[in-house]
Write a protein that binds this ligand. Structure first.
Ligand SMILES: CCC(=O)SCCNC(=O)CCNC(=O)[C@H](O)C(C)(C)COP(=O)(O)OP(=O)(O)OC[C@H]1O[C@@H](n2cnc3c(N)ncnc32)[C@H](O)[C@@H]1OP(=O)(O)O
Length: 630
């Protein structure tokens, strides 16, 4: 327990007196100008936190920690089983590197509010680049390394970024993946002109640099002068992080400086029970929100040591990798996606490898990013005999909407539930008309406004998409896009999406975007992509494809071609490897494809034939084909 108050007290206070509650949390930070106004309603019906406060997030995460006596404590522990590199980077060293990186960016013309794309593997320079942007008041936009050139180009254009920071390669287990040709292709494809590309050359692969545009990271850093942090308005954007939307174009979730810093510090304590000096490990990637919140900002703003792991749960070198890291660095809390533990369980069902390590410092395991299936939860409980804490949140919220609050007092866990809403989140389950449903009944999970600090302040460059996607459907609420229910004890059960987003190995992906790619194949007349359950990755995409008249193409050949297209245009992380040629797709009389029914069929669930269906016989045909493939 790290909080002195109870969960019930804080939940009620955050509900009834949100300004008082969050003013108290904000007071824990060293603001340059402490906020006088805590919460301000906007003309758009949304809210801003701490609008007249000024601060710098990178300064709070680094310089303030050094000033508090943590200069020699490790801020980051970099462990790379794929290269053999290990490095402890103290708060003082990280501050110096970040100040120099900010100087380098300033020399490239980057200033407050300018966007910088970061496309990097899990190396310390990725963290330095993020914090270097934050130090200048520039806006970082990290793109996960598994995305293809086209996806990177889309993000360069949307963010209008003049500078890209990258590395010569990423290393995926034993494969060296050259990043630079991909970045060059993205820069060529983008309509917006990238002025500079800073490249970290890694020994595993030397990238070709273009004289007028590209810089070598090490040289540029060596030549740069360190600069001081620039204080910015609490409402200034700290970063943009793109996430899949239901349409093809990803959405740039914008996070501010002030609310985010307050939420990060509070959640490290309240959700994860962390104290300064503790070692925290989020085994994710800096390209995801988990990496932003709990590899970089949360731990550093809290004076913790954060682990940056360039490896996988299995195969680097074996299913004991996670436990080696936990033992070696005395990790107190480990956070990973359920899919990571499913992979470990598959390789090491009796957790024998874990028994080889001293895990006495490891107090809790946290899981999020996708639904924690009860068998995985039970396996972890059985073999690790520590609290296994499922929690639920989203890229948009930046921190846990619901959790078993380790920083207060752990509640009796219920398999399949993320436990209770965290203070600040007013969670309701609504029917499609916006009316609350009784306990135990599934509906749309919505969050009453205002959302607490740390949640998205908007969608980059697209206020209309923000309103339409999140605020319009249930007035006065944020629509999460997730479906679920509350039980009699107020426990939150999240069951899946209400839209066409799927979750593959903890990666949120748009089926609409995949359909656009499949539709570009010359043989495809029409298609639908649905998520089907997968034992390891949670869900996998399945393409249902209607061929153009007269096309003679064998299904395996088509599948290979479609898979290559998705890999080229979206990226390997989509894991698109299955396509089924069908005669037709089930539709309503108005022509809407009945995706939900197809999902239910593919999962072997029962379904109801809608009265609006054009031709019910189509469902039987499809059911037969899907049955043949299960
Ligand atoms: C709570 C808020 C949120 O939800 S934030 C999102 C949280 N999600 C996560 O943290 C993601 C969790 N998942 C993982 O970490 C990985 O999927 C784990 C479990 C480690 C498995 O990794 P892996 O075996 O590579 O499978 P995968 O499905 O991730 O990868 C599929 C293909 O993509 C590739 N890939 C992956 N990462 C990269 C990268 N950084 N750069 C380049 N390529 C990448 C993989 O190599 C794999 O490729 P291939 O198909 O084998 O050729």
């Amino acid at each position: 327990m790290t909080r002195t108050s109870t969960y019930q007290h804080d939940y009620l206070q955050a509900l009834e007196q949100p300004e008082m509650f969050w003013a108290e949390q904000a007071a824990a930070l060293n603001w340059q100008t402490p906020p006088k106004t805590i919460l301000e309603p906007g003309a758009d019906g949304y809210y801003r936190w701490f609008p007249d406060g000024r601060l710098n997030t990178a300064w709070l995460a680094l310089d303030a920690q050094v000033a508090a006596g943590r200069g020699e404590q490790a801020a980051l522990i970099y462990d790379s089983p794929v290269t053999g590199a290990r490095e402890h980077i103290s708060y003082r060293q990280l501050t110096e590197r970040v100040a120099r990186c900010a100087g380098m960016l300033r020399e490239l013309g980057v200033g407050r509010g300018d966007r910088v794309i970061i496309y990097m593997p899990m190396v310390p320079e990725a963290v330095v680049a993020m914090l270097g942007c934050a130090r200048l008041g520039a806006v970082h936009c990290v793109v996960f390394g598994g995305f293809a050139a086209h996806e990177l180009a889309v993000r360069i254009d949307d963010a209008q970024a003049d500078v890209v920071i990258t590395a010569s390669c990423g290393i995926e287990v034993d494969k060296v993946l050259a990043y630079k040709p991909l970045v060059d292709a993205a820069i060529t494809e983008a309509r917006h002109t990238v002025k500079h590309c800073v490249v970290l050359q890694r020994p595993q692969c030397q990238a070709e640099l273009y004289q007028d545009r590209d810089l070598d990271w090490r040289q540029a850093m060596a030549n740069a002068e360190p600069v001081e942090a620039v204080a910015v308005a609490a409402t200034d954007p700290l970063y943009i992080l793109y996430t899949s939307g239901t349409t093809g174009k990803p959405k740039g979730v914008v996070r501010d400086h002030g609310g985010h810093a307050v939420a990060m510090r509070y959640s490290m304590e309240a959700v994860y029970g962390m104290q300064p000096g503790d070692v925290f490990w989020a085994a994710s990637d800096v390209g995801w929100v988990v990496g932003h919140s709990y590899i970089v900002y949360g731990p550093l703003l809290s004076g913790c040591t954060s682990v940056l792991y360039e490896g996988k749960p299995v195969r680097t070198p074996d299913a004991g990798g996670f436990w080696r890291v936990c033992a070696e660095y005395k990790v107190k809390a480990l956070f990973a996606a359920p899919t990571a533990f499913r992979a470990i369980r598959k390789e090491d069902p009796e957790a024998d490898l874990a028994k080889q390590y001293d895990l006495s410092h490891l107090q809790r395991l946290f899981l999020a990013g996708e639904r924690l299936d009860p068998p995985t939860w039970a396996w972890l409980e059985q073999h690790f005999q520590r609290p296994i804490i499922d929690h639920w949140w989203q890229t948009e919220t930046g921190w846990a909407i619901a959790a078993n609050p380790a920083g207060y007092e752990l509640q009796q866990a219920k398999p399949g539930s993320a436990t209770w809403p965290m203070p600040g989140f007013q969670l309701s389950v609504l029917d499609d008309e916006g009316q609350p449903v009784p306990a135990g009944v599934q509906g749309n999970i919505a969050l009453k406004l205002p959302l607490p600090p740390g949640c998205l302040s908007g969608i980059w460059g697209n206020p209309q998409r923000f309103r339409d996607g999140y605020l319009s459907h249930f007035p006065g609420f944020y629509q999460s896009g997730d479906a679920g229910y509350l039980d009699e004890d107020g426990y939150v059960f999240v069951m899946g999406r209400t839209d066409d987003i799927i979750n593959v190995a903890g990666h949120r992906l748009s089926t609409g975007e995949m359909e656009e790619v499949l539709g570009s194949h010359p043989a495809v007349a029409e298609c639908a992509v649905i998520g089907v359950p997968d034992e390891l990755k949670g869900e996998l995409p399945l393409g249902l494809v209607v061929l153009k008249n007269g096309v003679e193409l064998q299904e395996p050949q088509l599948c290979a071609e479609l898979s290559a297209l998705v890999r080229r245009d979206i990226g390997a992380l989509a894991c698109f490897n299955r396509a089924l040629v069908v005669k037709r797709l089930p539709k309503t009389r108005s022509g809407k494809i009945l995706r939900r029914i197809m999902r239910q069929m593919a999962a072997g669930q029962s379904f109801q034939t809608p009265s609006t269906i054009d031709d019910p016989a189509c469902l039987d045909e499809l059911a037969n084909q899907l049955r043949g493939r299960r």
